[in-house]
Design a protein around this ligand. Structure first.
Ligand SMILES: *Cc1c(COP(=O)(O)O)cnc(C)c1O
Length: 351
């Protein structure tokens, strides 16, 4: 008897993160800031204070309260996940039935179509224009014509670095006959969040994460924010002990520090602006070879037909960024990391 796995996973390959040791890592949109000493000490205390032999709090009460306070929402509108990644997976596996249509955008975060496939949903891709813009009315038509049950996209968008304004999102959410999952992983770097309006819609779920602006990718913490009705279903379908006790405790510790979070946000936005203007200067000297998009995220996206060669040259220089089909995504780093990236980038264009 030869055992064979089913066809929905047969062609899948394990996620391949960048391997090798690179001097500078600007490939995963992480924060370049580490908590200051006083916070690190508190974190150490937290880590040993948890009841190690006990299961975690299934509703992560203290963590959700800290999140709710930090983001000015009500705790009854919040569910915590083991990274927003877990919540994305959960939304596909439980809010979509086999064969039902889910709309994703292209380009966008690749995990959406991945989890849609595992959940045996029917994925319809809405293609953005060459400059990564798109018409909200076209998207509304696309969702309704396909009788989609779910629409999921990131705003601001990873990997394009662009954002859709609140007014357009409002129109979208109230015009589609589908669950709208709005992934606001990068909304800490922009000011168009829909968080304060979740209770006005019966079909809106917003995702947030501690992996980017909060600088805690290691903890794997994500949140879903929605009306209490949908939150009740999310709580019913999630695995009971999904967020470990140590992450709950440390996450709450960090989220309670509003000053630190504001400091991080401001530093990262400044770094992003510097990286953007540095790349813009290189663009002006290399007209026609690259186009730098104006970002509202913690990374900068550069369209260039030379993306593969630039990417390879940077890797040789010890700098890791992300290379996509026809464009590059560069995370904002520390001042010296940005400077090194910029000079290596310029050098790569000259070679
Ligand atoms: C980084 C990122 C996330 C965060 O995922 P976690 O599992 O919370 O680390 C979610 N959505 C998008 C679009 C991202 O880029």
């Amino acid at each position: 008897m030869a055992y064979e796995v089913n066809e929905k996973i047969r062609e899948l390959v394990p996620y391949q993160p960048i391997t090798g040791n690179y001097r500078i890592r600007l490939d995963a949109n992480e924060s370049f800031l580490v908590p200051e000493n006083e916070i690190l000490k508190a974190i150490q205390k937290d880590a040993v204070s948890v009841a190690f032999q006990r299961y975690p709090d299934p509703i992560a009460q203290e963590l959700c309260e800290a999140f709710a306070k930090a983001y000015n929402v009500n705790v009854e509108n919040v569910v915590a996940g083991n990274g927003s990644d877990e919540l994305i997976s959960l939304l596909f596996s439980s809010f979509l039935m086999k064969g039902e249509c889910a709309v994703t955008l292209s380009p966008d975060f690749s995990m959406y179509s991945f989890y849609c496939g595992i959940a045996e949903g029917q994925n319809k891709e809405f293609k953005k224009r060459d400059d990564f813009s798109f018409s909200i009315d076209d998207l509304i038509d696309f969702v309704n014509k396909n009788k989609a049950r779910m629409l999921i996209f990131s705003n601001p968008c990873n990997p394009t670095s662009l954002g859709v304004k609140r007014e357009e999102i409002r129109k979208l959410v109230s015009s589609v006959n589908a669950l709208v999952v709005l992934d606001e992983a990068y909304m800490d770097f922009w000011d168009q969040s829909m968080l304060s309006e979740v209770n006005q819609y019966d079909n809106l779920i917003i995702l947030r994460t501690c992996s980017k602006a909060i600088g805690a990718a290691s903890l794997r913490l994500g949140f879903a924010v929605s009306n209490v009705n949908l939150i009740r279903f999310l709580k019913a379908v999630k695995s009971p002990y999904n967020v470990n006790s140590i992450s709950q405790k440390i996450g709450a510790e960090i989220l309670k520090r509003k000053d630190w979070l504001a400091f991080c946000r401001q530093k990262i936005c400044k770094s992003r602006d510097e990286l953007f203007s540095g790349l813009k200067k290189i663009e002006e000297k290399n007209l026609g070879r690259m186009r730098v998009l104006k970002p509202v995220t913690n990374f900068v996206t550069v369209k260039t037909p030379e993306c593969t060669s630039i990417y390879q040259k940077l890797l040789k220089d010890g700098i890791a960024i992300r290379c996509f089909d026809g464009f590059l995504r560069i995370t904002a780093g520390s001042e010296t990391e940005n400077e090194e990236l910029l000079s290596a980038f310029e050098k790569a264009l000259k070679e």
